[in-house]
Design a protein around this ligand. Structure first.
Ligand SMILES: [Zn+2]
Length: 357
């Protein structure tokens, strides 16, 4: 009896402990599941839109920002390629669509894209600064798109409120950030003797450019910003600092990519969103190669006008033929600053360890 009494006295206590253990196990499972669903990586898809721009960023918080929408036409080619990347990234809508400037290879694909993907917020520098028939057609197309989401107009120094990464606007509508971000602002020795060019009155010089920071990882995208604005931004002091990855300006054209910018930011990796016959100027490719600390150059296309030795190694080129299948490059970054790049044509990935402190 005593034994039975003893057991009956112990059973409720045992049940309580058992229940607590089950609760703890459930809690651990739910925590693991939530961590699993929010992978601790930042992803950037460099989508091939044949010498335009479409760059999809997905943060560890699960939010997305698409930088530009490629070209219109070609039976919806660019919208389909962006949609394919969004599917791979597991996103069903674009949280922020940044329209860097009003040119056909950036804003032209916006209406075809909206047939497939919804956008929560459009981000831009304000109204189109160009006039004329084709500029007005692009403005009208963008106005129609704007009716389908919210709008945020940004200026230098603003942060695009993408959760999970910091996106600092450096350039917008021809204006540039006044105060260098933390860690930047050193004199730039590469400015010495580099002359300005004739002023660029186009939308290129009004491009929205940003610095994305995720932990110790830094990514620079200045869209099609041109030479004189670059010089203003990095001379005589470098208001960008150094970066891990540089999306080469303006598809690698030599109207942009001044030595003070390319060498001042000292990127570990440069990525070119060129087409087979657009961008990828041989002199820009050579300048990038001479950049201090450069580890690799990657390209969305083999630049046909450049010599083979000026182009990146074939394994770091997403598309080798002019009539291509639209292969992409994907970058995955960790908060440690480590990152890796995958070429969808070869399926191969190259890893880059964190930069030494
Ligand atoms: Zn462009």
């Amino acid at each position: 009896m005593a034994g039975a009494k003893f057991r009956s006295a112990r059973v409720p206590q045992y049940d309580t402990i058992s229940a607590m253990r089950s609760m703890l196990a459930l809690w651990a499972f739910l925590l693991a599941a939530s961590l699993w669903s929010a992978a601790p990586y930042l992803e950037i898809y460099f989508i091939d839109v044949e010498g335009g721009q479409a760059t999809l960023i997905v943060t560890p918080a699960g939010e997305s920002m698409l930088v530009d929408a490629g070209w219109p036409g070609f039976q919806g080619r660019d919208a389909a390629r962006i949609q394919a990347a969004a599917r791979l990234a597991g996103i069903k809508r674009i949280d922020y669509l940044l329209m860097t400037h009003y040119h056909l290879d950036h804003v032209g694909g916006i209406e075809p894209l909206l047939e497939h993907l919804s956008v929560v917020c459009f981000v831009d520098h304000g109204e189109n600064t160009e006039t004329g028939k084709s500029a007005e057609a692009l403005s009208e197309s963008y106005r129609r798109a704007l009716a389908r989401g919210k709008r945020l107009t940004v200026k230098p120094g603003d942060r695009i409120p993408l959760r999970g990464a910091e996106v600092l606007v450096l350039a917008a509508r021809g204006n540039l950030i006044a105060a260098p971000p933390h860690g930047a602002g050193a004199p730039n020795p590469s400015c010495e003797g580099v002359p300005a060019k004739a002023d660029d009155p186009t939308e290129n010089a009004r491009s929205v450019g940003f610095l994305l920071t995720y932990g110790r990882f830094r990514f620079l995208d200045l869209a099609d910003l041109t030479w004189n604005k670059e010089l203003e931004l990095v001379c005589p002091i470098n208001r960008i600092g150094t970066v891990d990855v540089f999306l080469v300006n303006h598809h690698g054209m030599n109207l942009s990519n001044s030595p003070p910018l390319v060498h001042g930011i000292a990127a570990r990796v440069a990525i070119l969103n060129n087409g087979a016959k657009k961008g990828g100027s041989p002199d820009v490719l050579r300048l990038i190669r001479r950049s201090p600390g450069l580890e690799d150059l990657w390209q969305l296309h083999l630049a046909l006008a450049a010599d083979p030795q000026d182009n990146a190694s074939p394994e770091r080129i997403a598309n080798l033929e002019a009539e291509c299948q639209g292969h992409w490059l994907k970058l995955t970054a960790e908060s440690s600053g480590a990152f890796r790049i995958t070429n969808s044509r070869t399926g191969e990935t190259k890893a880059y360890p964190p930069r030494s402190p």
